[in-house]
Design a protein around this ligand. Sequence first.
Ligand code: SF4
Length: 291
Amino acid sequence: MDYVGRIFRPPSEAHSLLLQVTVGCSHNKCVYCDMYLDKRFTPKPWETVLADILEAKDAGPVTRKLFLCDGDALILSTRRLMQILEAIAEHLPWIDRVATYGDTRSVGKKSIEELTELRQAGLGIVYHGVESGDDEVLELIQKGGTRAQCIETAQKLRAADIAHSVIILLGIGGTRLSEQHAKNTASVLTEMDPPYVGALTTTVVPGTPLVELRKTGTYEMPAKFRMLEELRTIVKDSELTNCRFSTNHASNYLPMRSVLPRDKDEVLQVLDRVLEARDPRMLKPEAMRGL
Ligand code: SF4
């Protein structure tokens, strides 16, 4: 397979075939993100993508899931995405779900009809880094989208029957915006009502603009237990219909899996115990955290 640079995928795509159809991220401005800082965004040539699909065909049915890399493959034109999805269906008929990262920009550029066409061709799920439901935080981190656009994204994906997996980022508002970040993230989740939510914990990664914001005092990393308080607010205040809500990403201090609202009381009890004890030994050791 032709892989350019480091390859990223969501934790739940760990066993998926990774097909790189773009290099880098067309936005590449989020202040906390170093994933594609070393790459200039380019769609990969069709011949290269097709050669990878044919290589996977020769390898046979190793997995039933496929993830389109890199950062926001959904930004490709519908015509190119259809070409890719049709080739996957033709040569890898055992693949029953194709996934990709997407966001307010890439979903915003597509009509519900186009998204429906993509779903009918095999696109089953879009992983969307919402990060925060607070517009001040979204501006601070240069997310490139607003709260209203996040809600619109959720509505379009639902109308097209594409599963929507939302990523939120504990601590990304810093200490100053921590409370409004938590409250508005809870309310945006209520309005989006996605079937999947993954909470990650902010890490200040060397080389990212967030390092500079921290140096100048614009951003101050909240303490570990403060970020768990944010999580508590998000779980308590959000009203979700049926959502697999997980904090099992490597960056988190307290990994949990739950279904909300079914497990809400249980999750809140765990958080309350940890927040009351304030014992760091109840949290994942710093050395065991990852990005
Ligand atoms: S967080 Fe996502 S959208 Fe933002 S720069 Fe990184 S890959 Fe691009």
